[in-house]
Design a protein around this ligand. Structure first.
Ligand code: HMG
Length: 445
């Protein structure tokens, strides 16, 4: 069977940044380490006044198509995943196609376009759609453009405000991919939950503490489901585990859950038993509460073992480097985590070809999905082409007063105008409103 997967990736960050320990913490009267150590975040990316989900998506896609020498005819499908859409009918992908048609020869008139919604997991679901379309033989030799784009803003003073972010990830899905092959097997953990939702409102209603528990519960189910179809995964067989990263502190918890799960009934569990005992088994307890208390105790002890710390440092920590500087990009977050891990491998001179990634996606509402990916021979060229470090370095560092203005500019209920903080260059920008309330865009040379 021909390999299908991600051929290329590009990342586009919002052009502004908010320094969490330096600017946010003093205003909130909090210890800066709550953000840097607790949540694991140094900064959030924000969109400048001329940026939105369309400009960021189009800019990521433009970089990708330009670099790969693609023309619109090469693309048979454009799927945009977002939970920040501003229109209940017209999909963001049509705007993105319109932008790209302004700079490339040809058009996307014969490409299927759509928009995927299921909180943050929609980015991964769009990969599935592209994968299935290619596998079904409906692609006529063409590739799919999948773009995850979000302005992850929370209401001012919401606990989630510290985890905001804005950016887009564009991915090209094709046969014989250069970056990673996607596994056919997938595992799901899905339930009707109300942890985070936006009932026809821009900013989310969030039960933050509960959302953390729901993430872990669904992820555990997805792992179980994955192993039930693909067979047991041994921790030594997995090079990196990119998880959905609303903030790195969440992934610290997911990493522990994953390791506990993967080492159960393995020689590693037995070796660790000398130090911290064996993992609790439900059948050994009279009540579920007692079992959960024992699991918590075991997990706390596991966190302190050298064996776990080494695994975390090698397998999980490299996935978090970019996230620490940008915050939550919702649909794009897990795809940023994959890129971050492979960037680490490139920078440390590792030969990752043939290695396995176990990818854990999550969307509130709620659903987790686990699949594996095999790193392909072209990964060094693809990851080496990312300019994410330069993008992050050139963001404009907002003062507190400027942050408040920027938040208002992007608040759909407010009508505020602010001078742009950065000068756009070789990128798409928002250019005002059309007669039917549509958004207009232009490319700035
Ligand atoms: P909070 O109340 O601001 O923070 O809310 P906290 O008091 O829980 O502290 C956070 C961590 O910092 C804790 O670590 C503290 O101990 C630690 P933990 O105990 O959890 O390991 N801490 C410190 N560490 C060092 N030095 C200090 C210090 N002070 C505290 N001085 C909360 C945190 C996550 C609830 C909030 O940020 C929030 O509501 N976020 C939004 C919701 C969210 O991101 N949920 C994640 C799971 S759901 C998800 O991922 C889906 C999502 O992406 C949406 C979608 O799918 O569309 C959100």
């Amino acid at each position: 069977m021909t390999a299908v997967g991600i051929d290329a990736v590009e990342i586009w960050t919002g052009n502004l940044k908010l320094d969490l320990p330096g600017t946010f913490a003093p205003q909130k009267g909090e210890d800066p380490e709550k953000y840097t150590k607790g949540l694991g975040l140094n900064a959030s990316s924000f969109p400048d006044s001329y940026e939105d989900i369309v400009t960021m998506a189009a800019n990521a896609a433009y970089r990708l198509m330009d670099r790969k020498g693609l023309e619109p005819d090469d693309i048979g499908r454009i799927d945009v995943a977002t939970e920040s859409a501003f229109d209940n009918s017209k999909p963001v992908s049509t705007y993105v196609a319109g932008c790209l048609e302004g700079v490339f020869d040809g058009d996307f008139h014969h490409a299927n376009k759509g928009e995927r919604k299921f909180a943050c997991i929609a980015g991964t679901q769009s990969l599935d759609d592209a994968y299935n379309w290619i596998r079904a033989g409906r692609n006529r030799g063409r590739a799919a453009l999948v773009i995850a784009t979000d302005t992850a803003l929370y209401a001012r003073d919401d606990a989630g405000e510290a985890t905001q972010g804005a950016g887009a990830v564009a991915m090209l899905i094709s046969e014989d991919p250069s970056l990673v092959e996607l596994s056919t097997h997938q595992g799901y953990g899905s339930a009707d939950e109300t942890d985070f939702l936006k009932p026809n409102q821009q900013f989310p209603s969030v039960d933050g503490k509960r959302s953390v528990q729901v993430y872990l519960a669904r992820m555990r189910e997805a792992l179980m489901d994955y192993e039930s179809v693909a067979g047991d995964i041994h921790p030594d067989d997995v090079r990196f585990v990119p998880f959905h990263t609303p903030f790195p502190g969440m992934v610290r918890k997911a990493g522990l859950l994953g390791y506990r799960y993967l080492t159960r009934d393995t020689a590693i569990e037995e070796e660790l038993a000398e130090e911290i005992g064996r993992q609790p088994r439900l059948e050994a307890f009279d009540t579920e509460d007692a079992y959960h208390d024992a699991v918590r105790e075991y997990t706390d002890a596991l966190k302190g073992t050298d064996r776990y710390r080494e695994w975390y440092a090698e397998t999980i920590d490299p996935t978090l480097t970019i996230s620490r500087e940008v915050g939550n990009w919702y649909t794009g977050s897990v795809h940023v985590a994959r890129a971050s891990a492979l960037k680490h491998a490139l920078e440390t001179g590792e030969d990752a070809t043939g290695e396995t990634l176990m990818v854990g996606s999550y969307g509130s509402g709620a659903q987790a999905e686990v699949h594996t990916e095999t790193v392909q021979a072209g990964w060094t060229e693809e990851i080496g082409a990312l300019n994410v470090d330069e993008q992050l370095d050139s963001r404009y560092d907002l003062s507190w007063a400027e942050y408040e203005e920027v938040h208002d500019v992007h608040n759909h209920e407010m009508d505020v105008e602010v001078e742009e903080f950065t000068a756009p260059e070789s990128e798409f920008v928002f250019d005002g409103w059309g007669r039917m309330g549509e958004r207009k865009y232009r490319f700035v040379e």
